[in-house]
Write a protein that binds this ligand. Structure first.
Ligand code: DC
Length: 205
């Protein structure tokens, strides 16, 4: 059985948590595509050429423990604007999406470019202030030296770059369902996503 769920949206909107929980609920595999860009960005910060970093990315690169830092997030967003880097990462993502047993992919261009025929497309968003506050809590809990204002600035700069780039910009697919998590608990946001997926599954099975 092939069943693909595409979940896109800006930084720290909750798409990672929603994707993980949705995948668990349905027994689908989950790919956080941001990690691929982060791992490529981390290699570039190590001094590698961006194209080579993307083309020769290995599974172990996704296990690096520095991938969640603001520096790597920024590098990821920069190299993600290079069309050849994105091209080098397409097949891995499409193969994952087509696997048997169902797949959830979260990112910025899953519903628009990677899986335009996904069975379900969700666009998860929240106000910039709420997203920055969540990211601030997450990073400071990990012991990183960050400030609320600094995180808000980083999140806004990254979203502006991700949305404005010419290659596969972050945007909702025309047939995506919007989920605004600003006023939702995680459980309510996950329930909203599951409801959308159930509705499609009931129609197709
Ligand atoms: O989801 P994230 O914050 O881990 O993503 C890090 C960066 O990677 C993000 O700022 C833009 C880029 N990215 C992308 O361009 N396309 C994707 N499908 C996923 C992430």
């Amino acid at each position: 059985m092939r069943f693909t769920v595409a979940i896109d949206g800006p930084a720290a909107a909750g798409k990672g948590t929603i994707s993980r929980k949705v995948a668990e609920h349905f027994g689908f595999a989950h790919l956080d595509t941001g990690l691929i860009y982060r791992a490529t960005g981390a290699r570039v910060l190590d001094g590698q050429d961006p194209l080579k970093a993307a083309a020769f990315l290995r599974a172990e690169d996704l296990d690096r423990d520095d991938l969640r830092t603001p520096e790597v997030a920024d590098a990821a967003s920069r190299i993600a604007a290079v069309p050849e880097v994105r091209d080098a990462l397409i097949n891995f993502q499409r193969d994952f999406a087509g696997r048997d047993g169902g797949a959830v992919l979260d990112g910025r261009d899953i519903g628009t470019v990677i899986c335009p025929d996904a069975d379900v497309k969700l666009f998860v968003t929240a106000s910039p202030e709420i997203r920055a506050e969540r990211r601030y809590q997450e990073l400071s809990a990990k012991g990183l030296d960050v400030t609320r204002d600094g995180v808000l600035e980083d999140v806004n700069a990254r979203d502006a770059r991700d949305a404005a780039r010419a290659a596969a910009p972050m945007k909702a697919a025309e047939d995506a369902v919007m989920i605004d998590t600003s006023e939702l608990s995680i459980d309510d946001a996950v329930a909203a996503a599951i409801k959308q997926i159930e509705a499609v599954r009931n129609k197709t099975t």
